[in-house]
Design a protein around this ligand. Structure first.
Ligand code: ARG
Length: 624
Protein backbone atom coordinates (compact mmCIF):
# COMPACT_ATOMS: atom_id res chain seq x y z
CA UNK A 1 0.00 0.00 0.00
CA UNK A 2 1.24 3.42 -0.82
CA UNK A 3 0.46 4.66 2.71
CA UNK A 4 3.32 2.57 3.94
CA UNK A 5 5.72 4.91 2.25
CA UNK A 6 5.21 7.11 5.32
CA UNK A 7 7.31 4.58 7.18
CA UNK A 8 11.06 4.73 6.73
CA UNK A 9 13.71 3.32 9.02
CA UNK A 10 15.03 5.83 11.48
CA UNK A 11 18.37 6.12 13.13
CA UNK A 12 16.81 6.56 16.56
CA UNK A 13 14.40 3.71 16.18
CA UNK A 14 15.86 1.25 18.64
CA UNK A 15 13.59 -1.61 17.69
CA UNK A 16 14.61 -1.17 14.09
CA UNK A 17 18.32 -1.31 14.88
CA UNK A 18 17.83 -4.46 16.90
CA UNK A 19 15.70 -5.95 14.16
CA UNK A 20 18.42 -5.32 11.59
CA UNK A 21 21.06 -6.93 13.83
CA UNK A 22 18.93 -10.02 14.45
CA UNK A 23 18.16 -10.47 10.78
CA UNK A 24 21.89 -10.45 10.10
CA UNK A 25 22.45 -13.01 12.85
CA UNK A 26 19.62 -15.25 11.59
CA UNK A 27 21.19 -15.32 8.17
CA UNK A 28 24.67 -15.95 9.55
CA UNK A 29 23.48 -18.71 11.88
CA UNK A 30 20.96 -20.57 9.72
CA UNK A 31 21.71 -19.52 6.17
CA UNK A 32 19.02 -18.97 3.55
CA UNK A 33 16.46 -21.13 5.37
CA UNK A 34 15.95 -18.28 7.84
CA UNK A 35 16.21 -15.47 5.30
CA UNK A 36 12.55 -14.52 5.65
CA UNK A 37 12.24 -15.13 9.37
CA UNK A 38 10.92 -12.13 11.27
CA UNK A 39 13.01 -11.74 14.44
CA UNK A 40 9.79 -10.43 15.99
CA UNK A 41 11.26 -7.71 18.19
CA UNK A 42 8.73 -6.46 20.74
CA UNK A 43 8.96 -3.95 23.52
CA UNK A 44 9.20 -6.06 26.69
CA UNK A 45 5.92 -6.14 28.56
CA UNK A 46 7.73 -6.00 31.88
CA UNK A 47 11.00 -4.12 32.49
CA UNK A 48 12.09 -7.19 34.45
CA UNK A 49 12.60 -8.91 31.09
CA UNK A 50 14.69 -6.07 29.70
CA UNK A 51 13.74 -3.44 27.17
CA UNK A 52 12.87 -5.65 24.22
CA UNK A 53 12.21 -9.30 23.51
CA UNK A 54 12.91 -11.32 20.39
CA UNK A 55 10.32 -14.05 19.97
CA UNK A 56 11.41 -15.87 16.84
CA UNK A 57 12.98 -19.04 18.26
CA UNK A 58 9.87 -21.10 19.03
CA UNK A 59 8.41 -20.71 15.55
CA UNK A 60 11.73 -21.24 13.83
CA UNK A 61 12.61 -24.38 15.80
CA UNK A 62 9.24 -25.83 14.89
CA UNK A 63 9.30 -25.03 11.19
CA UNK A 64 12.89 -26.28 10.81
CA UNK A 65 12.48 -29.20 13.22
CA UNK A 66 13.56 -31.91 10.80
CA UNK A 67 16.57 -30.17 9.27
CA UNK A 68 17.67 -28.51 12.49
CA UNK A 69 16.78 -30.86 15.30
CA UNK A 70 17.30 -28.17 17.94
CA UNK A 71 14.97 -26.96 20.64
CA UNK A 72 13.90 -23.29 20.72
CA UNK A 73 16.35 -22.34 23.47
CA UNK A 74 19.22 -23.80 21.44
CA UNK A 75 18.03 -21.98 18.32
CA UNK A 76 17.84 -18.72 20.26
CA UNK A 77 21.36 -19.22 21.62
CA UNK A 78 22.74 -20.03 18.17
CA UNK A 79 21.34 -16.80 16.73
CA UNK A 80 22.49 -14.72 19.68
CA UNK A 81 26.00 -16.13 19.18
CA UNK A 82 25.95 -14.73 15.65
CA UNK A 83 24.81 -11.21 16.50
CA UNK A 84 27.01 -8.55 14.91
CA UNK A 85 29.49 -6.92 17.23
CA UNK A 86 27.94 -3.51 16.55
CA UNK A 87 24.72 -4.63 18.22
CA UNK A 88 26.44 -6.49 21.08
CA UNK A 89 28.29 -3.31 21.94
CA UNK A 90 24.98 -1.59 22.52
CA UNK A 91 23.35 -4.23 24.69
CA UNK A 92 23.96 -5.95 28.00
CA UNK A 93 24.65 -9.69 27.53
CA UNK A 94 21.49 -11.29 26.10
CA UNK A 95 19.49 -13.71 28.21
CA UNK A 96 17.55 -16.68 26.89
CA UNK A 97 14.42 -17.03 28.97
CA UNK A 98 11.53 -19.47 29.35
CA UNK A 99 10.81 -21.57 26.26
CA UNK A 100 13.21 -19.51 24.12
CA UNK A 101 12.62 -15.78 24.38
CA UNK A 102 15.64 -13.54 23.98
CA UNK A 103 15.63 -10.74 26.54
CA UNK A 104 17.42 -7.63 25.35
CA UNK A 105 18.55 -4.88 27.67
CA UNK A 106 20.14 -1.81 26.14
CA UNK A 107 23.21 -0.23 27.66
CA UNK A 108 22.40 3.21 29.01
CA UNK A 109 25.05 4.74 26.74
CA UNK A 110 23.16 3.43 23.73
CA UNK A 111 19.96 5.10 24.84
CA UNK A 112 21.86 8.32 25.48
CA UNK A 113 23.40 8.25 22.01
CA UNK A 114 20.03 7.63 20.36
CA UNK A 115 18.46 10.49 22.32
CA UNK A 116 21.29 12.81 21.41
CA UNK A 117 20.76 11.95 17.76
CA UNK A 118 17.10 12.76 18.11
CA UNK A 119 17.80 16.11 19.74
CA UNK A 120 17.73 18.07 16.49
CA UNK A 121 15.08 20.41 15.09
CA UNK A 122 13.23 17.61 13.27
CA UNK A 123 13.11 15.57 16.50
CA UNK A 124 14.00 12.57 14.37
CA UNK A 125 10.78 12.68 12.36
CA UNK A 126 11.42 11.74 8.74
CA UNK A 127 10.89 14.23 5.95
CA UNK A 128 9.59 13.06 2.58
CA UNK A 129 10.47 16.48 1.12
CA UNK A 130 7.34 16.64 -0.97
CA UNK A 131 7.96 13.37 -2.81
CA UNK A 132 4.62 12.00 -1.61
CA UNK A 133 1.23 13.61 -1.72
CA UNK A 134 -2.14 13.20 -0.12
CA UNK A 135 -5.50 14.91 -0.63
CA UNK A 136 -7.57 15.31 2.52
CA UNK A 137 -11.33 15.84 2.25
CA UNK A 138 -12.28 17.84 5.32
CA UNK A 139 -14.96 20.15 6.69
CA UNK A 140 -17.51 19.70 3.89
CA UNK A 141 -20.09 22.12 5.27
CA UNK A 142 -23.27 22.83 3.39
CA UNK A 143 -23.86 26.38 2.28
CA UNK A 144 -26.68 28.18 4.09
CA UNK A 145 -26.47 25.79 7.00
CA UNK A 146 -25.09 26.52 10.41
CA UNK A 147 -22.05 24.43 11.40
CA UNK A 148 -22.91 21.84 14.03
CA UNK A 149 -20.90 19.30 16.02
CA UNK A 150 -20.61 16.91 13.09
CA UNK A 151 -18.63 19.56 11.27
CA UNK A 152 -16.33 19.88 14.26
CA UNK A 153 -15.22 16.32 13.66
CA UNK A 154 -14.90 16.56 9.86
CA UNK A 155 -12.84 19.70 10.35
CA UNK A 156 -10.45 18.85 13.17
CA UNK A 157 -9.89 15.22 12.21
CA UNK A 158 -9.16 16.36 8.66
CA UNK A 159 -6.88 19.13 9.88
CA UNK A 160 -4.95 16.76 12.15
CA UNK A 161 -4.48 14.17 9.43
CA UNK A 162 -3.30 16.96 7.13
CA UNK A 163 -0.82 18.19 9.73
CA UNK A 164 0.44 14.69 10.37
CA UNK A 165 1.35 14.29 6.73
CA UNK A 166 2.70 17.83 6.52
CA UNK A 167 4.92 17.01 9.47
CA UNK A 168 6.22 14.02 7.53
CA UNK A 169 7.03 16.25 4.60
CA UNK A 170 4.23 15.15 2.31
CA UNK A 171 2.53 17.53 -0.06
CA UNK A 172 -0.97 17.93 1.36
CA UNK A 173 -4.02 19.13 -0.58
CA UNK A 174 -6.79 20.15 1.76
CA UNK A 175 -10.10 19.78 -0.05
CA UNK A 176 -13.17 21.41 1.40
CA UNK A 177 -15.96 19.64 -0.45
CA UNK A 178 -18.61 22.27 0.22
CA UNK A 179 -22.22 21.48 -0.42
CA UNK A 180 -22.70 24.58 -2.58
CA UNK A 181 -24.58 23.28 -5.61
CA UNK A 182 -27.84 21.59 -6.38
CA UNK A 183 -31.42 21.64 -5.18
CA UNK A 184 -31.01 22.37 -1.44
CA UNK A 185 -29.20 25.63 -2.03
CA UNK A 186 -31.56 26.54 -4.89
CA UNK A 187 -34.47 26.00 -2.49
CA UNK A 188 -32.97 28.38 0.00
CA UNK A 189 -32.17 30.92 -2.65
CA UNK A 190 -35.67 30.73 -4.12
CA UNK A 191 -37.26 31.10 -0.68
CA UNK A 192 -35.16 34.16 0.11
CA UNK A 193 -36.00 35.75 -3.21
CA UNK A 194 -39.71 35.04 -2.80
CA UNK A 195 -39.63 36.70 0.61
CA UNK A 196 -37.79 39.63 -1.00
CA UNK A 197 -35.03 39.30 1.58
CA UNK A 198 -32.13 41.67 1.13
CA UNK A 199 -29.41 39.17 0.41
CA UNK A 200 -26.78 41.77 1.21
CA UNK A 201 -27.83 41.83 4.82
CA UNK A 202 -28.64 38.23 5.64
CA UNK A 203 -26.91 36.40 8.44
CA UNK A 204 -26.18 32.71 8.56
CA UNK A 205 -29.07 32.36 10.98
CA UNK A 206 -31.45 33.82 8.39
CA UNK A 207 -30.09 31.42 5.82
CA UNK A 208 -30.47 28.54 8.16
CA UNK A 209 -34.11 29.42 8.78
CA UNK A 210 -34.80 29.84 5.07
CA UNK A 211 -33.10 26.53 4.41
CA UNK A 212 -35.16 24.75 6.99
CA UNK A 213 -38.42 26.31 5.85
CA UNK A 214 -37.69 25.44 2.27
CA UNK A 215 -36.99 21.84 3.29
CA UNK A 216 -40.19 21.65 5.33
CA UNK A 217 -42.33 22.42 2.33
CA UNK A 218 -41.71 19.06 0.79
CA UNK A 219 -41.38 17.22 4.05
CA UNK A 220 -43.88 14.41 3.58
CA UNK A 221 -42.28 13.37 0.37
CA UNK A 222 -38.86 13.89 1.88
CA UNK A 223 -39.72 11.35 4.53
CA UNK A 224 -40.82 8.84 1.87
CA UNK A 225 -37.69 9.52 -0.11
CA UNK A 226 -35.40 9.19 2.86
CA UNK A 227 -37.01 5.87 3.75
CA UNK A 228 -36.66 4.67 0.19
CA UNK A 229 -33.01 5.61 0.09
CA UNK A 230 -32.33 4.05 3.45
CA UNK A 231 -33.82 0.72 2.43
CA UNK A 232 -32.07 0.75 -0.93
CA UNK A 233 -35.27 0.13 -2.85
CA UNK A 234 -33.36 0.88 -5.99
CA UNK A 235 -33.21 3.78 -8.37
CA UNK A 236 -36.51 2.97 -9.98
CA UNK A 237 -38.60 3.54 -6.88
CA UNK A 238 -36.47 6.49 -5.84
CA UNK A 239 -36.92 8.15 -9.21
CA UNK A 240 -40.65 7.63 -8.92
CA UNK A 241 -40.79 9.15 -5.49
CA UNK A 242 -38.66 11.99 -6.63
CA UNK A 243 -41.09 12.71 -9.40
CA UNK A 244 -43.95 12.93 -6.90
CA UNK A 245 -41.81 14.92 -4.60
CA UNK A 246 -40.85 17.30 -7.35
CA UNK A 247 -44.44 18.13 -8.12
CA UNK A 248 -45.21 18.61 -4.45
CA UNK A 249 -45.41 22.31 -4.26
CA UNK A 250 -45.09 25.55 -6.06
CA UNK A 251 -42.09 26.27 -3.85
CA UNK A 252 -40.33 23.29 -5.29
CA UNK A 253 -40.99 24.20 -8.85
CA UNK A 254 -39.73 27.66 -8.03
CA UNK A 255 -36.61 26.04 -6.59
CA UNK A 256 -36.17 23.97 -9.73
CA UNK A 257 -36.50 27.06 -11.81
CA UNK A 258 -33.91 28.82 -9.68
CA UNK A 259 -31.61 25.83 -10.00
CA UNK A 260 -31.94 25.86 -13.78
CA UNK A 261 -31.10 29.56 -13.86
CA UNK A 262 -28.17 29.04 -11.52
CA UNK A 263 -26.86 26.21 -13.64
CA UNK A 264 -27.21 28.17 -16.84
CA UNK A 265 -25.25 31.05 -15.36
CA UNK A 266 -28.01 33.66 -14.87
CA UNK A 267 -26.01 36.65 -13.61
CA UNK A 268 -28.40 37.83 -10.91
CA UNK A 269 -28.92 34.36 -9.50
CA UNK A 270 -25.24 33.52 -9.60
CA UNK A 271 -24.45 36.77 -7.76
CA UNK A 272 -26.98 35.98 -5.02
CA UNK A 273 -25.71 32.43 -4.79
CA UNK A 274 -22.17 33.72 -4.33
CA UNK A 275 -23.39 35.89 -1.46
CA UNK A 276 -24.90 32.91 0.31
CA UNK A 277 -21.54 31.19 0.03
CA UNK A 278 -19.75 34.25 1.38
CA UNK A 279 -22.07 34.55 4.38
CA UNK A 280 -21.65 30.87 5.17
CA UNK A 281 -17.91 30.82 4.71
CA UNK A 282 -17.28 33.91 6.77
CA UNK A 283 -18.53 32.01 9.76
CA UNK A 284 -16.74 28.83 8.78
CA UNK A 285 -13.42 30.68 8.64
CA UNK A 286 -14.08 32.37 11.95
CA UNK A 287 -14.75 29.00 13.51
CA UNK A 288 -11.69 27.52 11.84
CA UNK A 289 -9.59 30.27 13.34
CA UNK A 290 -10.93 29.65 16.83
CA UNK A 291 -10.16 25.97 16.34
CA UNK A 292 -6.71 26.86 14.93
CA UNK A 293 -7.55 24.80 11.88
CA UNK A 294 -5.83 25.63 8.62
CA UNK A 295 -8.83 26.15 6.36
CA UNK A 296 -8.87 28.94 3.80
CA UNK A 297 -10.66 29.93 0.60
CA UNK A 298 -7.92 28.29 -1.44
CA UNK A 299 -8.98 24.93 0.00
CA UNK A 300 -12.48 25.26 -1.42
CA UNK A 301 -13.24 22.54 -3.89
CA UNK A 302 -16.95 22.45 -3.41
CA UNK A 303 -19.55 20.68 -5.48
CA UNK A 304 -19.83 23.70 -7.77
CA UNK A 305 -16.15 23.39 -8.67
CA UNK A 306 -16.99 20.13 -10.43
CA UNK A 307 -20.15 21.30 -12.21
CA UNK A 308 -18.51 21.34 -15.63
CA UNK A 309 -17.03 17.92 -15.15
CA UNK A 310 -20.24 16.06 -14.41
CA UNK A 311 -21.25 15.39 -17.98
CA UNK A 312 -17.85 14.03 -18.91
CA UNK A 313 -17.84 11.95 -15.73
CA UNK A 314 -21.11 10.28 -16.64
CA UNK A 315 -20.02 9.92 -20.27
CA UNK A 316 -16.85 8.16 -19.22
CA UNK A 317 -18.86 5.56 -17.33
CA UNK A 318 -21.21 5.12 -20.25
CA UNK A 319 -18.38 4.73 -22.80
CA UNK A 320 -16.65 2.21 -20.56
CA UNK A 321 -19.90 0.23 -20.44
CA UNK A 322 -19.92 0.63 -16.69
CA UNK A 323 -23.14 2.63 -16.48
CA UNK A 324 -26.38 1.03 -17.50
CA UNK A 325 -29.88 2.44 -17.96
CA UNK A 326 -32.31 1.59 -15.27
CA UNK A 327 -35.72 3.01 -15.95
CA UNK A 328 -34.29 6.12 -17.48
CA UNK A 329 -31.66 6.64 -14.81
CA UNK A 330 -28.00 5.63 -15.10
CA UNK A 331 -26.49 3.30 -12.55
CA UNK A 332 -23.18 1.57 -11.96
CA UNK A 333 -23.56 -2.03 -10.80
CA UNK A 334 -21.16 -3.99 -8.64
CA UNK A 335 -20.56 -7.72 -8.75
CA UNK A 336 -20.72 -8.22 -4.99
CA UNK A 337 -23.78 -6.26 -3.91
CA UNK A 338 -27.28 -5.53 -4.97
CA UNK A 339 -27.16 -1.82 -4.32
CA UNK A 340 -26.13 0.03 -7.49
CA UNK A 341 -24.64 3.51 -7.58
CA UNK A 342 -26.99 6.05 -9.13
CA UNK A 343 -24.95 8.54 -11.16
CA UNK A 344 -27.65 10.25 -13.20
CA UNK A 345 -31.34 10.68 -12.51
CA UNK A 346 -33.95 10.00 -15.15
CA UNK A 347 -34.38 13.73 -15.71
CA UNK A 348 -30.73 13.90 -16.70
CA UNK A 349 -29.48 15.65 -13.58
CA UNK A 350 -26.56 14.37 -11.60
CA UNK A 351 -26.22 13.58 -7.90
CA UNK A 352 -23.97 13.81 -4.88
CA UNK A 353 -22.21 10.63 -6.04
CA UNK A 354 -21.54 12.01 -9.51
CA UNK A 355 -19.74 14.96 -7.99
CA UNK A 356 -17.72 12.66 -5.78
CA UNK A 357 -16.65 10.61 -8.79
CA UNK A 358 -15.48 13.78 -10.52
CA UNK A 359 -13.75 14.94 -7.34
CA UNK A 360 -11.89 11.65 -6.87
CA UNK A 361 -10.69 11.79 -10.45
CA UNK A 362 -9.54 15.39 -9.97
CA UNK A 363 -7.66 14.55 -6.79
CA UNK A 364 -5.77 11.65 -8.32
CA UNK A 365 -5.40 12.69 -11.94
CA UNK A 366 -5.09 16.48 -11.64
CA UNK A 367 -3.55 16.93 -8.22
CA UNK A 368 -1.55 13.71 -8.44
CA UNK A 369 -2.42 12.51 -4.94
CA UNK A 370 -1.35 8.96 -4.15
CA UNK A 371 -3.63 8.82 -1.15
CA UNK A 372 -7.06 10.43 -0.82
CA UNK A 373 -8.49 10.56 2.68
CA UNK A 374 -12.14 11.38 3.32
CA UNK A 375 -12.94 12.63 6.81
CA UNK A 376 -16.68 12.17 6.69
CA UNK A 377 -19.41 10.92 9.01
CA UNK A 378 -19.64 7.13 9.32
CA UNK A 379 -23.19 7.24 8.02
CA UNK A 380 -21.77 7.84 4.56
CA UNK A 381 -19.91 4.54 4.59
CA UNK A 382 -21.99 2.92 1.86
CA UNK A 383 -21.76 6.00 -0.28
CA UNK A 384 -17.96 5.97 -0.21
CA UNK A 385 -17.73 2.25 -0.64
CA UNK A 386 -19.73 2.57 -3.85
CA UNK A 387 -17.94 5.68 -5.08
CA UNK A 388 -14.48 4.18 -4.44
CA UNK A 389 -15.37 0.94 -6.17
CA UNK A 390 -16.73 2.85 -9.15
CA UNK A 391 -13.53 4.91 -9.33
CA UNK A 392 -11.46 1.71 -9.25
CA UNK A 393 -13.66 0.02 -11.86
CA UNK A 394 -13.11 2.82 -14.33
CA UNK A 395 -9.39 2.90 -13.56
CA UNK A 396 -9.09 6.44 -12.25
CA UNK A 397 -6.96 5.28 -9.35
CA UNK A 398 -4.11 4.67 -11.79
CA UNK A 399 -1.48 7.38 -11.51
CA UNK A 400 0.88 8.69 -14.18
CA UNK A 401 3.68 6.42 -12.92
CA UNK A 402 1.33 3.41 -13.11
CA UNK A 403 1.06 3.07 -9.35
CA UNK A 404 -2.39 2.86 -7.77
CA UNK A 405 -3.72 5.63 -5.59
CA UNK A 406 -5.56 4.63 -2.42
CA UNK A 407 -8.95 6.00 -1.48
CA UNK A 408 -9.73 5.79 2.20
CA UNK A 409 -12.79 6.86 4.12
CA UNK A 410 -12.12 7.77 7.75
CA UNK A 411 -15.64 7.26 9.07
CA UNK A 412 -16.15 9.11 12.31
CA UNK A 413 -18.77 8.46 14.94
CA UNK A 414 -21.31 10.80 16.45
CA UNK A 415 -21.03 13.25 19.32
CA UNK A 416 -23.56 12.25 21.97
CA UNK A 417 -25.24 14.06 24.82
CA UNK A 418 -25.33 12.80 28.40
CA UNK A 419 -28.41 10.75 27.43
CA UNK A 420 -26.24 8.84 24.91
CA UNK A 421 -28.27 10.25 22.02
CA UNK A 422 -26.91 12.61 19.37
CA UNK A 423 -26.13 15.90 21.06
CA UNK A 424 -29.09 18.28 20.94
CA UNK A 425 -30.16 21.44 22.71
CA UNK A 426 -32.97 21.25 25.24
CA UNK A 427 -35.48 22.20 22.58
CA UNK A 428 -34.22 19.37 20.41
CA UNK A 429 -32.19 21.41 17.94
CA UNK A 430 -28.69 20.65 16.80
CA UNK A 431 -26.12 22.53 18.80
CA UNK A 432 -24.40 25.04 16.61
CA UNK A 433 -20.68 24.58 16.74
CA UNK A 434 -20.31 28.20 17.68
CA UNK A 435 -22.42 27.86 20.80
CA UNK A 436 -20.41 24.85 21.84
CA UNK A 437 -17.08 26.60 21.38
CA UNK A 438 -18.30 29.68 23.22
CA UNK A 439 -19.20 27.54 26.17
CA UNK A 440 -15.88 25.74 26.12
CA UNK A 441 -13.98 29.03 26.03
CA UNK A 442 -16.04 30.37 28.95
CA UNK A 443 -15.28 27.22 30.93
CA UNK A 444 -11.59 27.35 30.11
CA UNK A 445 -11.43 30.95 31.25
CA UNK A 446 -13.19 30.21 34.52
CA UNK A 447 -10.81 27.35 35.19
CA UNK A 448 -7.70 29.40 34.44
CA UNK A 449 -8.86 32.40 36.47
CA UNK A 450 -9.62 30.31 39.52
CA UNK A 451 -6.20 28.67 39.33
CA UNK A 452 -4.53 32.05 39.01
CA UNK A 453 -6.21 33.15 42.23
CA UNK A 454 -4.21 30.59 44.23
CA UNK A 455 -1.14 32.28 45.78
CA UNK A 456 2.13 31.20 44.13
CA UNK A 457 0.31 29.86 41.05
CA UNK A 458 2.51 30.24 37.96
CA UNK A 459 -0.16 32.52 36.50
CA UNK A 460 -0.78 34.67 39.54
CA UNK A 461 -0.28 38.32 38.79
CA UNK A 462 -1.02 37.95 35.07
CA UNK A 463 -3.43 40.46 33.51
CA UNK A 464 -7.06 39.55 32.85
CA UNK A 465 -6.43 39.64 29.11
CA UNK A 466 -3.49 37.27 29.44
CA UNK A 467 -5.52 34.90 31.57
CA UNK A 468 -8.38 35.00 29.08
CA UNK A 469 -6.05 34.13 26.25
CA UNK A 470 -4.81 31.13 28.19
CA UNK A 471 -8.38 30.26 29.16
CA UNK A 472 -9.43 30.24 25.53
CA UNK A 473 -6.49 28.00 24.66
CA UNK A 474 -7.53 25.63 27.46
CA UNK A 475 -11.20 25.53 26.44
CA UNK A 476 -10.47 24.85 22.81
CA UNK A 477 -7.79 22.30 23.67
CA UNK A 478 -10.30 20.54 25.92
CA UNK A 479 -12.80 20.05 23.11
CA UNK A 480 -10.28 19.19 20.43
CA UNK A 481 -8.27 16.76 22.52
CA UNK A 482 -11.37 14.96 23.76
CA UNK A 483 -12.52 14.51 20.19
CA UNK A 484 -9.17 13.56 18.70
CA UNK A 485 -8.14 11.25 21.51
CA UNK A 486 -10.95 8.81 21.00
CA UNK A 487 -10.98 6.14 18.36
CA UNK A 488 -12.25 7.98 15.27
CA UNK A 489 -15.00 5.53 14.46
CA UNK A 490 -16.50 5.52 17.94
CA UNK A 491 -19.27 7.75 19.23
CA UNK A 492 -18.35 9.76 22.29
CA UNK A 493 -20.23 11.62 24.97
CA UNK A 494 -19.73 15.35 25.05
CA UNK A 495 -18.90 16.06 28.67
CA UNK A 496 -17.34 19.47 29.13
CA UNK A 497 -16.59 18.87 32.83
CA UNK A 498 -14.39 15.93 32.03
CA UNK A 499 -12.87 17.53 28.93
CA UNK A 500 -11.71 20.69 30.67
CA UNK A 501 -10.28 18.89 33.71
CA UNK A 502 -6.55 19.26 34.42
CA UNK A 503 -6.42 15.62 35.52
CA UNK A 504 -6.61 12.53 33.37
CA UNK A 505 -6.34 12.02 29.64
CA UNK A 506 -7.35 15.55 28.65
CA UNK A 507 -6.07 18.45 26.59
CA UNK A 508 -5.51 20.71 29.60
CA UNK A 509 -3.50 17.95 31.32
CA UNK A 510 -1.21 17.73 28.29
CA UNK A 511 -0.91 21.50 28.08
CA UNK A 512 -0.20 21.66 31.79
CA UNK A 513 2.64 19.13 31.52
CA UNK A 514 4.19 21.36 28.90
CA UNK A 515 3.71 24.50 31.01
CA UNK A 516 5.16 22.77 34.05
CA UNK A 517 8.34 21.86 32.19
CA UNK A 518 8.56 25.38 30.82
CA UNK A 519 8.40 26.59 34.42
CA UNK A 520 11.22 24.25 35.49
CA UNK A 521 13.43 25.43 32.66
CA UNK A 522 12.66 29.06 33.39
CA UNK A 523 13.61 28.55 37.03
CA UNK A 524 16.84 26.82 36.05
CA UNK A 525 17.64 29.56 33.57
CA UNK A 526 19.20 26.88 31.38
CA UNK A 527 18.13 23.99 29.19
CA UNK A 528 21.16 21.72 29.30
CA UNK A 529 21.40 22.18 25.54
CA UNK A 530 24.62 20.35 24.64
CA UNK A 531 25.28 18.61 27.93
CA UNK A 532 25.93 14.86 27.72
CA UNK A 533 22.83 12.83 28.48
CA UNK A 534 23.20 10.37 31.33
CA UNK A 535 20.65 7.59 31.71
CA UNK A 536 20.69 6.21 35.24
CA UNK A 537 17.41 5.97 37.15
CA UNK A 538 14.66 3.71 35.81
CA UNK A 539 12.41 6.77 35.43
CA UNK A 540 15.03 8.41 33.23
CA UNK A 541 15.18 5.30 31.18
CA UNK A 542 11.40 5.17 30.83
CA UNK A 543 11.25 8.82 29.81
CA UNK A 544 14.01 8.29 27.27
CA UNK A 545 12.22 5.34 25.72
CA UNK A 546 9.07 7.35 25.42
CA UNK A 547 10.83 10.22 23.72
CA UNK A 548 12.54 7.87 21.30
CA UNK A 549 9.18 6.51 20.22
CA UNK A 550 8.05 9.88 18.95
CA UNK A 551 8.99 9.54 15.26
CA UNK A 552 7.40 6.13 14.95
CA UNK A 553 4.31 7.29 16.86
CA UNK A 554 3.82 10.01 14.26
CA UNK A 555 4.34 7.64 11.39
CA UNK A 556 1.98 5.06 12.85
CA UNK A 557 -0.69 7.68 13.40
CA UNK A 558 -0.30 8.75 9.75
CA UNK A 559 -0.31 5.25 8.31
CA UNK A 560 -3.32 4.27 10.42
CA UNK A 561 -5.02 7.64 9.88
CA UNK A 562 -5.52 7.64 13.64
CA UNK A 563 -5.15 10.99 15.42
CA UNK A 564 -5.88 9.22 18.72
CA UNK A 565 -2.44 7.63 18.52
CA UNK A 566 -0.81 11.03 18.86
CA UNK A 567 -3.03 11.80 21.82
CA UNK A 568 -2.11 8.45 23.39
CA UNK A 569 1.56 9.24 22.86
CA UNK A 570 1.17 12.66 24.47
CA UNK A 571 -0.66 11.25 27.47
CA UNK A 572 1.95 8.61 28.06
CA UNK A 573 4.79 11.07 27.68
CA UNK A 574 3.16 13.48 30.12
CA UNK A 575 2.71 10.65 32.62
CA UNK A 576 6.24 9.37 32.20
CA UNK A 577 7.57 12.86 32.63
CA UNK A 578 5.60 13.39 35.82
CA UNK A 579 6.93 10.11 37.23
CA UNK A 580 10.46 11.14 36.26
CA UNK A 581 10.11 14.55 37.85
CA UNK A 582 8.76 13.02 41.02
CA UNK A 583 11.73 10.73 41.60
CA UNK A 584 14.56 12.49 39.81
CA UNK A 585 15.48 15.88 41.28
CA UNK A 586 16.37 18.37 38.59
CA UNK A 587 16.92 21.76 40.16
CA UNK A 588 18.41 20.89 43.54
CA UNK A 589 20.32 18.17 45.32
CA UNK A 590 22.15 16.73 42.33
CA UNK A 591 25.64 17.04 40.91
CA UNK A 592 26.21 19.36 37.99
CA UNK A 593 26.45 16.70 35.29
CA UNK A 594 23.19 15.05 36.37
CA UNK A 595 21.43 18.40 36.65
CA UNK A 596 22.50 19.39 33.13
CA UNK A 597 21.53 16.03 31.71
CA UNK A 598 18.12 16.19 33.38
CA UNK A 599 17.55 19.72 32.17
CA UNK A 600 18.27 18.51 28.69
CA UNK A 601 15.76 15.69 29.13
CA UNK A 602 13.21 18.25 30.35
CA UNK A 603 13.83 20.48 27.39
CA UNK A 604 13.59 17.64 24.90
CA UNK A 605 10.35 16.49 26.51
CA UNK A 606 8.97 20.00 26.32
CA UNK A 607 9.77 20.28 22.63
CA UNK A 608 8.35 16.86 21.79
CA UNK A 609 5.14 17.69 23.69
CA UNK A 610 4.77 21.03 21.91
CA UNK A 611 5.46 19.41 18.56
CA UNK A 612 2.94 16.64 19.14
CA UNK A 613 0.33 19.14 20.32
CA UNK A 614 0.97 21.26 17.24
CA UNK A 615 -0.03 18.31 15.07
CA UNK A 616 -3.46 18.54 16.65
CA UNK A 617 -3.17 22.33 16.41
CA UNK A 618 -3.46 22.64 20.17
CA UNK A 619 -1.53 25.54 21.63
CA UNK A 620 1.03 25.02 24.36
CA UNK A 621 1.12 28.05 26.66
CA UNK A 622 4.29 28.49 28.72
CA UNK A 623 2.32 29.25 31.88
CA UNK A 624 -1.02 27.92 33.04
N1 ARG B 1 -21.55 18.17 2.37
C1 ARG B 1 -21.55 16.78 2.69
C2 ARG B 1 -22.55 16.51 3.81
O1 ARG B 1 -22.87 17.39 4.58
C3 ARG B 1 -20.20 16.29 3.17
C4 ARG B 1 -19.14 16.27 2.10
C5 ARG B 1 -18.17 15.19 2.34
N2 ARG B 1 -17.20 15.04 1.29
C6 ARG B 1 -17.42 14.40 0.15
N3 ARG B 1 -16.43 14.34 -0.71
N4 ARG B 1 -18.57 13.87 -0.14
O2 ARG B 1 -23.00 15.39 3.93
Amino acid sequence: MSQNSARTPRINDLANRIDVGFREALLAAMGESAATTDPSIKVAANPKFGDFQANFAMGLAKSLATTLGKNPREVAQLVVDHLPQSLRDLCEPMEIAGPGFVNIRLKPEFIAVALTEMDIPSLGVSDAQGTHSVAVDLCGVNVAKQMHVGHLRATIIGDTISRLYERLGWKVFRQNHLGDWGLPIAMTLAALRRAKTDINRVTLDDLNTAYRNAQMQGRDDEAGLAAARATHVGPHRIAELEAQHDGASAALSDAHDTLRRLQSGDTAIVADWQKLIDVTMREVYETAQILRVDLKPEHNRGESFFRDRLVSTVDAFVSANLAVRDDGALVVRFADRERPLLIQKSDGTSLYATTDLAAARYRIQDLGAELVVYCVDARQRDHFRDVFDAVRLIGWTKRSDDSQASLVHVPFGAVLGADKRPLKTRSGENFTLKALLDEAVARGRREVRSRAAVPDAPTSGMSGAELDAIGEAVGIAAIKYADLSCDVGRDYVFDLDRMVSFEGDTGPYAQYAHARISGILAKAGANGATSPIIIGAPEERALAFNLLRYPSAIEDAAVQLAPNRIAAFIYELANTFNAFYQSCPVLRGVDDATRCSRLRLCDLTRRVLADALSIMAISAPARM
